[in-house]
Design a protein. Structure first.
Length: 430
């Protein structure tokens, strides 16, 4: 599962001599072969590598067999603990120039310590996607409420937005989420930066070597099956959509790829129905570029969908729900011609499978989206210009976001003393 970042970013052999230090506090070790979030983190790492930062990765998580081997990239790894003063000694010695939190929970857990011990470090939050948006939509689906009418003003929203305000900059992966933050929640654009997945359109030579329409077969869907939106999508496919497709195309199969499939997903495997649970895809690009059509029937979620970007890159037309299409400019979704979206989705899938002219059109649409929305050159220099501007006037930048400073002060005090109480309690136990 690779977005091709190794081909895009050149890693300098002199990085160890750099005086610029980036500390990433990660909720998990990145797994780029299993999750879009893991790929996103690796892209950020390569961005800072390109700018000659030495990179330090600290996490409370354990290493898995699919975790990226960061040591091979000359990244320093530090195992840290929650509610442990050892982190204070670590960051005091390191003194990073930039601290990047992987998701708002990491900022909640360690932000007060960073602010107290390394106050001049630029604080960046990589949201991955807006967690409060995804969770609110999940609840709406459970309650059988239109996701567009869901209540976004939740406790999770308060926590995530407070985390964003406490940081100097938040990286937002979707234009939809940028607009939501600015218009619905009045978050200043000064502390937001739109940074989608970074992926170049494949070269003409590569495209010419892709399997053509008549040499591809079957449907595919892919995604980490620990992720609730993907689990729901597979069940939705099995119960509502795949029977409609299979009725018109009785010989085709649907291949479902994804790591960490729970038993309720594994039990859906049915050879007779052509509904095949295949597990983890060692090479997602190979899987996608040999499939004729990708299905992305997501009913809830947030951010950008890695499966969609990956399908675009491999020239595989994709059938999208409005949620799956969110954040993509000029992407086609099924036209509503009936009272059932499931019928419309299935009809679009069948048309794409049978109609080469439509298939070619949608393939080119995907390539165009990559070129005009996801090229790294559109964002890299602007991001580091933004960071340089913040660094040049850190006090002025924070004063402009003074409500964030108030939140940082009040929240940090509460979190700090709770953490110290837990630390003391744990110490007395030993």
């Amino acid at each position: 599962m690779c977005f091709g970042y190794l081909a895009v970013f050149y890693v300098s052999t002199l990085l160890q001599l750099s005086l610029k230090k980036l500390l990433i506090i990660g909720q998990t070790f990145p797994e780029p072969s299993t999750t879009a979030a893991g790929e996103r983190m690796m892209q950020l790492i390569y961005l800072f590598k390109q700018k000659d930062y030495s990179i330090h990765f600290a996490t409370t998580a354990t290493f898995s067999k699919r975790s990226e081997d960061l040591k091979q990239l000359d990244i320093n790894i530090e195992c840290i603990k929650l509610n442990d003063d050892g982190f204070d000694d670590y960051i005091k010695t390191l003194q990073p120039n930039v601290v990047l939190y992987d998701r708002y929970i990491s900022e909640e857990q360690f932000g007060w310590r960073v602010s107290e011990i390394s106050p001049n470090a630029i604080r960046i939050l990589d949201t991955e996607d807006l967690h409060f948006l995804r969770k609110a939509r999940e609840q709406a689906v459970k309650n059988k409420v239109d996701v567009l009418k869901t209540n976004l003003f939740t406790e999770t929203a308060k926590r995530e937005l407070a985390s964003m305000l406490r940081c100097d900059l938040s990286l937002i992966i979707s234009e939809f989420e940028m607009n939501l933050l600015k218009k619905t929640f009045n978050i200043s654009e000064d502390i937001l930066f739109y940074l989608p997945f970074l992926l170049e359109k494949p070269s003409e030579e590569k495209i010419n070597n892709y399997p053509v329409f008549e040499n591809r077969k079957d449907f595919v869907t892919i995604g980490n099956l620990l992720h609730a939106p993907n689990v729901d999508a597979v069940i939705y496919l099995k119960n509502e959509i795949w029977p409609l497709i299979r009725k018109k195309l009785p010989q085709v199969k649907l291949h479902i790829y994804g790591a960490y499939a729970p038993p309720k997903i594994q039990q859906l495997h049915n050879e007779k129905e052509g509904f095949l649970i295949k597990g983890w895809a060692e090479n997602a690009n190979e899987v996608l570029k040999t499939s004729k059509v990708c299905l992305a029937p997501l009913r809830f979620g947030a951010g950008l969908k890695g499966k969609v970007v990956k399908a675009f890159y491999n020239g595989t037309p994709t059938v999208l729900t409005p949620i799956a299409a969110e954040g993509f400019s000029n992407v086609s979704i099924p036209e509503t011609n009936s009272n059932s979206f499931e019928n419309d989705f299935a009809s679009e899938a069948i048309s794409l499978y049978n109609d080469q002219e439509l298939w070619d059109k949608r393939q080119n649409e995907g390539f165009e989206i990559l070129q005009h929305q996801f090229s790294a050159n559109l964002y890299i220099e602007n991001l580091f210009d933004k960071l340089n501007a913040i660094n040049a006037d850190l006090t002025g930048s924070r004063n402009k976001n003074f409500y964030g400073e108030i939140l940082r002060y009040q929240t940090n005090m509460a979190t700090k003393y709770m953490s110290k109480w837990i630390t003391e309690k744990n110490y007395n136990k030993t």
